[in-house]
Design a protein around this ligand. Structure first.
Ligand code: GLU
Length: 416
């Protein structure tokens, strides 16, 4: 099978929304492309004395609603098209939760699993020396994403502050607490998604305390979703979870906190006591109430969408479902909470972090939860309202909400 080009998918999704909205041709064309993009080489001295040249990217997709915002991925298969797609999705994400930011994304093609801490630090600092002049609280603000961490954000902030010669913590978010991070940023993506599931449960009239759930991708967001699902919804049974090495299941339920500990101790969910093994493919097709696709893009396709049996698919990952699969899931009646709504909690608390950095006064955990809940509930409500008028799958409906907001900002600025 040809490898899916995520940017072609992002453009196709926009095209459909533009058509439904009757968007004028100039606005449509403007929104199909990144406004600016940077590609650069990053030489890094490795521990063995050799110098390796990494490929780096930063895409500033659209800043009509505010400075561009979005994470940095360090992944062996990172390409400019992946970064473009993710930058486009950030644009719709910040718009759907109605925060005054645009969309951006960055990345480095590398395999952090094979790098020492020293090598990661040198790569982080070199990335900032290469592109730091294009970043800043009023321009473009990175954050963690696949395989990047709060520690990496701290090194980047430090390098940036050395370049500009003054304190500037708001240039990057997802930082550790002692250097200007926000309470509640760590689990914000997962927390926001569970708030969405809670709202979906009201609409679909599902007793959420009795739900079974499955986590595909037991990374940072997936692990938090595993424990937050029962905590926020008042119950629920985790019946399966997987990571890049494979999956485990137990129809009678697994203790999410114990599974997180097992993953942290052994590096994988495999061989969790009391579970049986299951492949990533089979896991997606399990009978359950809520499926959380939480790994990478392109896992629910035309090939397997017909076999998905979950009532709700809450997309913690970016881009897990292809456009063909969206149609199949819609016809089957699977209620999809699309990625850029479901996982918007991360960037929402990143925005809170920037706000706190700017006025140098920090909120309590309760403040963050409360504001996050309000933002996610409003965003879910806006998409649900639109869905009553437009008979279409939820992703298209969410696009219609987001694109309308970005297009309006472009028009008011006089760009189109
Ligand atoms: N990388 C996260 C995302 O895809 C967070 C971005 C941010 O906090 O800026 O939404």
């Amino acid at each position: 099978m040809a490898r899916l080009n995520p940017f072609a998918i992002a453009q196709q999704q926009l095209d459909e929304a533009a058509e439904r909205l009757g968007l004028d041709a100039a606005t449509h064309e403007l929104l199909r492309w990144p406004m600016r993009e940077y590609r650069f080489t990053i030489p890094v001295r490795m521990d063995n004395g050799e110098t390796r040249i990494f490929q780096g990217y930063r895409v500033q997709y659209n800043d009509a609603r505010g400075p561009t915002k979005g994470g940095l991925r360090w992944h062996p298969e990172e390409t400019i098209d992946t970064v473009r797609a993710l930058a486009a999705w950030m644009t719709w994400k910040t718009a759907v939760v109605d925060i005054p930011l645009g969309g951006g994304k960055g990345g480095v093609t590398c395999n952090p699993k094979e790098m020492s801490d020293g090598e990661k630090e040198r790569l982080a600092r070199a990335y900032i020396r290469a592109v730091g002049r294009e970043l800043g609280v009023h321009r473009d603000v990175p954050a963690p994403d696949v395989y990047t961490t709060p520690q990496i954000m701290a090194w980047m902030m430090d390098e940036y502050e050395k370049l500009v010669g003054h304190s500037h913590p708001g240039m990057i978010t997802g930082k550790p607490l002692p250097v200007g991070g926000s309470q509640g940023r760590g689990d914000a993506t997962a927390r926001g998604s569970v708030y969405c599931v809670r709202e979906a449960g009201k609409v679909l009239d599902i007793d959420l305390a009795k739900t079974t759930y499955v986590i595909q991708g037991f990374g940072n967001a997936g692990q938090f979703a595993a424990t937050l699902h029962p905590e926020i919804l008042g119950g629920g049974t985790l019946i399966a979870a997987s990571d890049s090495r494979g999956g485990v299941m137990n129809k009678d339920g697994m203790d999410p906190a114990a599974l997180v500990r097992h993953k942290l101790e052994t590096g994988s969910v495999l061989k969790f006591p009391g579970s049986e093994p299951i492949s990533n493919e089979d896991l997606l097709e399990l009978e359950c109430d809520v499926l959380y696709p939480s790994a990478l893009e392109g896992v629910i396709t035309a090939k397997n969408a017909g076999d998905i049996k979950a009532k709700i698919s809450c997309e913690l990952a970016n881009g897990p479902t292809t456009p063909e699969a969206d149609k199949i899931l819609f016809e089957k009646g699977v209620y999809v909470i699309p990625d850029f709504l479901a996982n918007a909690g991360g960037v929402t608390v990143s925005y809170f972090e920037q706000v706190q950095n700017t006025y140098n006064y920090y909120w309590t955990l309760q403040d963050v939860y409360q504001q996050l809940d309000r933002k996610m509930t409003e965003a879910f409500g806006a998409v649900h309202e639109m869905s009553k008028r437009a008979r279409a799958h939820n992703r298209l409906v969410a696009y219609m909400v987001a694109v309308t907001r970005v297009a309006e900002a472009c028009k008011i600025r006089g760009w189109v």
